[in-house]
Design a protein around this ligand. Structure first.
Ligand SMILES: Nc1ncnc2c1ncn2[C@@H]1O[C@H](COP(=O)(O)OP(=O)(O)OP(=O)(O)O)[C@@H](O)[C@H]1O
Length: 258
């Protein structure tokens, strides 16, 4: 099976006037269709740098990123990116915001427009399409951002802390909704998060990175019974707490080793 995304000896060095810093070194990783993978690790271990390279926004210093077997040379429509901030345009209606990716990639057809309206309804946003972002709550705005990302039908979704600015209850509800929607649509996703419990609850695999330089420290395959449960209920499954503590301990040990 061809991986949706493959990282081969991925390395990035940030160069400024004064110094060069090795942010990520020699990363090998393959993610297969329908997988939900989280990247966790201490601050500065290179999570965002890795996502930016996968998105084609940052060129690797060495190594390469393959999307569906093709080397990435810049942003491609196969990859959708969702960030902590929703970046909705305040002067555009909710529907116009949701359609923007289709407009920019010149794929706005009547069918795609109708599909986007259906996605808004699936996300519980019916009745909001002619309103403006300022009229919505933070959780609703993130749901619009997800619809905007899904509207272009990407193979791979990159989620950079999409829940971290939300209150706890909204965050749990949105985790359930987003993880459920992506599974049902058989999308492949890479989530960056600081929240280990979130990573374990939504993922098939959790990849722990170590820093200086950013590299894979350990991979945790999430047991089937936790994966099958919705994120909120996953937290109550047998073995969840033990796994949480194992990832936590490993992360602490990698921090102190640096
Ligand atoms: N534009 C830049 N110029 C120079 N160094 C950078 C730049 N962006 C990031 N870095 C450095 O590269 C390393 C990785 O940064 P990155 O933001 O990818 O980490 P992260 O794991 O996403 O961090 P956080 O969890 O705090 O968001 C850090 O040491 C950071 O200081």
């Amino acid at each position: 099976m061809v991986p949706v995304v493959e990282l081969k000896q991925l390395t990035h060095v940030y160069v400024s006037d004064r110094k060069a810093s090795l942010a990520v070194e020699g990363l090998d990783l393959a993610i297969y269709p329908g997988e939900f993978v989280s990247l966790v690790g201490p601050s500065g271990c290179g999570k965002t740098t890795i996502l930016s390279m996968i998105a084609g926004l940052l060129t690797p210093t060495q190594g390469e990123v393959l999307i569906q077997g093709q080397s990435v040379a810049g942003p491609t429509p196969e990859v959708g990116y969702m960030l902590q901030q929703d970046y909705l345009f305040p002067w555009r209606t909710i529907l116009q915001n949701a359609l923007i990716g289709l407009e920019l990639t010149k794929r706005l057809t009547e069918d795609n427009r109708q599909r986007t309206i259906s996605l808004l309804e699936e996300m519980g946003l019916e009745g909001t399409q002619d309103g403006y972002p300022s009229q919505l709550s933070g959780g609703m705005r993130q749901r619009v951002a997800l619809v905007r990302t899904l509207a272009t039908d990407p193979d791979l979704l990159l989620l950079d802390e999409p829940f971290s600015a939300l209150d706890y209850q909204t965050k749990l509800q949105l985790e359930d909704l987003i993880a459920g929607t992506l599974r049902q649509k058989e999308k492949t996703a890479v989530l960056v998060t600081h929240d280990l419990s979130e990573a374990i609850a939504v993922s098939d695999r959790v990849i722990l990175l170590a820093s200086h330089p950013g590299r894979i420290k350990r991979t945790f395959d999430i047991p089937e019974h936790i994966r099958q449960a919705q994120p909120l209920l996953a937290r109550e499954q047998e073995g969840f707490n033990e796994l949480f503590h194992e990832v936590w301990r490993e992360m602490e040990s990698s921090e102190h080793a640096d």
